[in-house]
Structures are given as C-alpha cells and as structure tokens.
Design a protein around this ligand. Structure first.
Ligand code: SF4
Length: 394
C-alpha cells in the first residue's frame, strides 16, 4: 500500500487569518521539547485530547475517526486541524504544510523515515518520456518558500534529505539560497539534489554551487546514452546531452560530488553496456553511478508501449555494464530492481532504494530468503512485474 502523503482536513479552525499557508510541526502531547508557535499537539485518542488541553496546548492536530464528537466546542480557544485515521502514521517531529482556504495539507518531513524528499517545483526544461512527475508550467515559487520555512522545524539529526522536481534549478538563485539554509541549519544532513544538470553548463550556477562549501552535497544527474540524439530523444529536448555533460564536467572540475543516473527501459537498457563503457572511459571521475529500474507511473504509463522491457531481457547486459564500471573503479549501485531478476554476480550492488512510503512486495516474496535485503517494487502508478519473479530459497 502507498502511504498517503497528502489529503484534506475534515475540519480546520483557528488557523491564522493573515496568511494563506502555514508550516507546522507535530509534537507528542507529553513532549518535553521547547514549544514554538508552529508546534501542534498530535492527538490520536480521547485520552490524549484531554491531556493536550490539560497541558495547555493551544494548537491541536487530531487524527480522528469520530471518537470525540464535540471536540471543537471543548477546545474552542485552540487552533484545531482534524484529519482522517489513514494519517495515523504521523508521529512526533513530523512537519506538514497547510493550505488554509482549501484545508489541504501535505506531509513534508517524517522524522522516522530515511526517505525524506521535497518537491521543489513542477517546472522543467526536459520532458522525459518516462517522467514520474510530469512537468507543469505553473507559478509554484511558493513551494521553495514553504521548504525554507520548514527547515528550522526539521530534526537536525536527520541523516539525509533529497530535493526533487521538476528541475530543481529552475529558479537557481532561490534554490542555492535554500541549500545555504540547509548548510547552516542542518549541517549534519546529507543533501542530494536530483537535477537534469543542464543549468551547470552556466559557470555562474556551478560557481555558486561550489561556493556553498556544503559538507555533504551531491548532484544526481541522468545520462541516458552515450549518443546525444538518444539522450535528447529520451528527455525530449534537443541539445540537452551537450549541456548535461558540460555541466557534469564543470562540477567535477570544481571538485563537486556527482552521481550519474541511468533509468533502464526499452530505449536505454539494450545499450546499457555501451553507455557504461562510455562513462567508464570519459567520466570515470564521477562519484557514483546508479542504474535504476523504471517506476511505472506518470509519463511511463502513457509511453508504456515504447518503454516497457522485462528486466529478464537485459539482465546479462546489466551485469556486464556493472563489471565495466567496476573495472574502471567507478562505484555503481542497482536501484529499484528486485534481486530475483538480477544475475547473482551483481547482487552486492543492489540496494533498497525505493522510498518507504511507496514500497511493496508480492505474494512470491513471502517465502523468499532475500526479502529483508531486496528493493521490492514501487506501489505507485501501474506496477509491472517481470516474468522472472520467484522466491529465492536455499
Ligand atoms: S521474490 Fe520478492 S523478495 Fe525475493 S528477490 Fe524477488 S522480489 Fe525480492
């Protein structure tokens, strides 16, 4: 099941009238941490509701399936936000964004999760055939503002945060400002930025990135082929390959960390050995290469006929591609592909990469000895399954 990360409140009262949106943090009723104005008591039972009132909370977030009928009356001096029971997964330290007029809200950060990512914008100058977040040309600069407001509320011991889009560098000056805030407020948190890399062809952008001097910052940039016309076709943007490669070269020239990502589908998987040989020969100085199974959602569903390929049909090429990178001393991982469809020789490189909120398994997995270390499957969109899925047993 996919965890619901956004929804609409069944009721909301007492939110500030002078602004359209708020960012708030949930706190356990009995939390001893210093309260700030953005903190709401997280209440999931009548007992906790009474305890919150007794403890003087003036902002209460109710996860309610109707256990307390007249709570608004009782807490009439409080800001109250009530959401359905399916959001009971929310916990102490989680951060949410509220839209006051629509009562819509989104989970921005889950303290207990290792997979926190922020969507920075829906705009993009690529239009990839398999994009899981199809771009929209909308005014969404408010999202960056909301993320900046949420940073002071995030647990500073968070290990990692990913920024994704759209193209994260669409408003590059504002985004660099956000990364500065990350550096200053969350100095122990690794930051990964998913970007198509084209903005780094501009030296002004790459210099600003370098000048951040962030202690743990990685740009994750897709390269889909060693041939410009194939890459440009996959991203539906002429000239994108040249800009992306120039961007990678400029980042590495300035000592910045770069991961290359290759999403595997019917246009890229059959040529993966050639692509990886080219990377090994021309870009052996990148910090990591991720060879990634396809998430069948967004544009990938619309383009299914030209993109779907059973991983069983490229497993040997994938193993050769991994060998090729390793022989050039390039670190490589396999993302999003279950172990049973991979050659055993590359199992050590397969990692559990799918975010916890959209990760699932199938019936065959119940008896599988590798389940505990297997990536499993995406639960989003229309998952497609390989003919090779089978329980691995001794
Ligand atoms: S059967 Fe399931 S758990 Fe086992 S390797 Fe395949 S996908 Fe992973």
């Amino acid at each position: 099941m996919t965890l619901p990360l956004y929804g609409t409140a069944s009721s909301s009262t007492g939110l500030p009238a002078d602004r359209r949106r708020s960012v708030v943090r949930l706190r356990s009723v009995d939390s001893t941490a210093n309260r700030c104005p953005e903190d709401f008591a997280l209440v999931k039972s009548a007992e906790q509701f009474n305890a919150a009132l007794k403890a003087g909370w003036s902002s209460i977030f109710l996860v309610s399936d109707g256990w307390y009928e007249n709570h608004e009356q009782i807490a009439k001096n409080c800001a109250l936000f009530t959401v359905p029971h399916k959001f009971a997964y929310l916990g102490d330290g989680d951060v949410l964004g509220f839209d006051h007029s629509s009562a819509k809200f989104r989970t921005l950060f889950r303290r207990s999760s290792a997979h926190n990512s922020f969507l920075v914008t829906e705009r993009c100058n690529n239009y990839c055939l398999m994009c899981s977040q199809p771009p929209k040309d909308v005014e969404d600069q408010w999202i960056l503002k909301e993320i900046r407001e949420s940073l002071p509320l995030i647990d500073p011991s968070a290990k990692a945060i990913t920024f994704t889009g759209g193209e994260t560098l669409s408003d590059w000056r504002d985004f660099i400002g956000l990364l500065k805030d990350c550096r200053d407020r969350l100095p122990h948190t690794s930051i990964q930025v998913l970007t198509n890399g084209r903005a780094f062809a501009n030296s002004e952008v790459v210099d600003a990135w370098k000048d951040l001097k962030h202690p743990s910052l990685m740009a994750a940039i897709p390269v889909y082929a060693s041939v410009d016309s194939i890459h440009d076709h996959v991203v539906q943007a002429k000239g994108a390959f040249d800009e992306t490669i120039l961007g990678i070269l400029k980042l590495k020239d300035r000592g910045q960390r770069v991961e290359i990502r290759v999403v595997l589908h019917a246009l890229t998987a059959p040529i993966i050995v050639k692509t990886c040989s080219w990377i090994a020969r021309n870009l052996p100085f990148v910090d990591h290469v991720a060879l990634m199974g396809l998430e069948n959602t967004g544009f990938a569903i619309a383009n299914d006929a030209s993109l779907w390929i059973d991983p069983m049909d490229y497993r040997d090429e994938l193993a050769k591609a991994v060998d090729c990178l390793l022989s050039a001393d390039v670190k490589v991982s396999i993302y999003n592909l279950p172990k049973c469809v991979l050659n055993k020789s590359i199992w050590p490189h397969a990692v559990q990469s799918i975010s916890d909120w959209k990760n699932g398994f199938v019936e065959e997995c119940d008896g599988c000895q590798e389940k505990i270390v297997c990536s499993g499957f995406f639960t989003t969109g229309r998952p497609k399954f390989s003919r090779g899925i089978h329980a691995i047993t001794l």
